[in-house]
Write a protein that binds this ligand. Structure first.
Ligand SMILES: C[S@@+](CC[C@H](N)C(=O)[O-])C[C@H]1O[C@@H](n2cnc3c(N)ncnc32)[C@H](O)[C@@H]1O
Length: 490
């Protein structure tokens, strides 16, 4: 190999030289001590690891390269690249300086996740032959050896999403794929995506072997997230109108315009488009306004009533008038509608879903539970939602049925819930133990109360009991801490 590599490097024709290098480096790990002996003769290398097995299978490079060139020629025999029509670049996505603003039609990105794979380290063997090494400063990874913590990872990812936002045209989409549908990863990346300005329209589980399907079956699946960059008009309206119902309905109209009208499943059924359901529309509207520091002017029942009055609905999905005509046409041709179950990332979304369930008619615990239990809660073990608690703390129980509380009662329920959370906060303070994800809501309520009561030291002292990972996932806690520190003058 030491003889072959310089010979390839000496080839003058650049394209040929690159192809030969590709051929050469495609078999590097197979020819290294990473090649694992297997009794059936099929030796292999474990991917994504530097692993030297106890039994190495030493390969003959002449044979390996001969087979490789045959396979590669076969694979590329029909390949006719259109020269000049594709640009491939390598570099830091956090600094796409050569790409102007608002010029890209679509982005598909497969970002690195935490410390799952040490990409640049794994490239070392290959890069050593090329004598070119990755500048790892901007690499988004959690790596103790390089002193890169979770906070560094999040900062680097945020830069990348800000650049994606800058170069994408308004009203155009970005698709983000992650190798795991775990809530923790998603929440962290979601924060970066939303902070950059994108509107997250939906999340789907993906089966890499098959096609994409809405989240419903397994927590272990990969995740595909679709988001878009809002148009200038909407941003302008938001700045001009602030927290008025008008901006809410402006946003919903714009958002519905962005969503697909009808998706056909394989079995001639029509898929429910989750993003068109009322509780998801509420969630999305709230996120859009919150990101722009605008208060949501409508309560959940007001929002749901407004939706019913202004937008035609089919199979619980809301449409613009012009869209519903197209939907009806396509619905007639399909055999039926495929039912999907919602998934909740957090308590707020679960409450929106319950509000939507109880909005039209009161229901018994049993009726609600039967819908609720089929749902796979997309959350860590200790964050699983307790239906009984959610009902008691947020809804009114009358003659055996749960219903939406009257506006006056809503306040009473909210203050009861605050009292419970404040008690929990005191218990956490006294225990002097680290805060767990399930205690975040109590910590948040305690911090807000402490700010109101000018007890800034409480927050400053408690912040150290919150692990970094939680602070990253719930940046509002850090924001409350900042307020307290500023008020204390420190
Ligand atoms: C999940 S992998 C993408 C794999 C690719 N889709 C494929 O199928 O081969 C993520 C990649 O992002 C790269 N990466 C990490 N930080 C980056 C940054 N700041 N800018 C650009 N790429 C980065 C990693 O080195 C890794 O190659």
């Amino acid at each position: 190999m030491g003889v072959l590599c310089p010979k390839i490097r000496a080839v003058e024709n650049v394209r040929l030289r690159h192809m030969l290098m590709f051929w050469f480096d495609s078999r590097l790990s197979r020819l290294s001590v990473q090649n694992r002996y297997h009794p059936d003769g099929h030796s292999s290398v474990l991917p994504y690891l530097y692993y030297v097995p106890p039994l190495i299978s030493e390969m003959n490079p002449f044979k390996v390269f001969e087979v490789a060139i045959r396979n590669l020629s076969r694979a590329f025999s029909d390949y006719r690249p259109s020269l000049g029509k594709v640009i491939i670049g390598t570099g830091d996505t956090g600094q796409l300086n050569s790409i102007p603003d608002n010029c890209i039609d679509y982005i598909f990105t497969d970002p690195p996740v935490f410390d799952y794979i040490y990409f640049s380290d794994l490239n070392f063997l290959r890069e050593s032959w090329y004598k070119v090494w990755t500048n790892t400063e901007a690499e988004a990874v959690v790596n103790q050896a390089k002193a890169k913590e979770l906070l560094d990872y999040q900062r680097l990812m945020r830069r990348c999403f800000e650049e994606y936002y800058r170069i994408l045209k308004p009203n155009r989409w970005i698709t983000i794929i992650f190798p795991s549908a775990r809530a923790r990863i998603w929440k962290l990346i979601q924060e970066a995506v939303i902070a950059a300005g994108f509107i997250v329209a939906g999340a789907y589980a993906v089966d890499r072997q098959k096609s994409y399907k809405a989240i419903s079956t397994s927590v272990r699946q990969d995740l595909v997230v679709s988001a878009y960059k809002p148009g200038y008009d909407l941003e302008e309206h938001c700045k001009r109108l602030g927290g008025t119902p008008e901006i809410v309905w402006n946003f919903v109209t714009n958002h519905l315009k962005q969503l697909p009208v009808c998706i056909r499943a394989d079995n001639n059924l029509i898929e429910i488009i989750d993003e068109r359901l009322n509780y998801n529309l509420l969630e999305c509207t709230k996120a859009f306004l919150a990101q722009r520091d605008v208060a949501m002017p409508l309560s959940a029942p007001e929002f749901y009533t407004g939706l019913d009055l202004q937008f035609p609905a089919r199979n619980d999905m809301y449409f613009l008038s012009e869209q519903v005509i197209e939907y009806d046409k396509r619905r007639i041709k399909a055999e039926g509608v495929q039912q999907t179950k919602p998934q909740f990332v957090d308590e707020a979304k679960a409450i929106h879903w319950l509000q939507a369930q109880l909005f039209r008619e009161p229901r018994t615990t049993q009726e609600i539970r039967s819908n609720f239990e089929g749902i796979i809660l997309w959350a860590e073990e200790d964050q699983r939602l307790d239906l009984d608690n959610l009902l008691v703390q947020n809804f009114h129980y009358y003659q055996g049925r749960w219903q939406l509380p009257e506006p006056g009662e809503l306040q009473k329920l909210a203050s009861e819930r605050r009292a419970i959370l404040l008690k929990k906060f005191q218990e956490i303070r006294n225990s002097k133990t680290k805060i767990k994800p399930s205690q975040v809501e109590a910590a948040r309520t305690g911090f807000v109360q402490a700010l109101k009561d000018n007890e800034f030291e409480t927050i400053i002292e408690m912040i150290w009991e919150i692990p970094d990972q939680i602070l990253i996932e719930y940046p509002d806690l850090l924001w409350l801490y900042d307020r307290a520190a500023i008020r204390l003058g420190s």
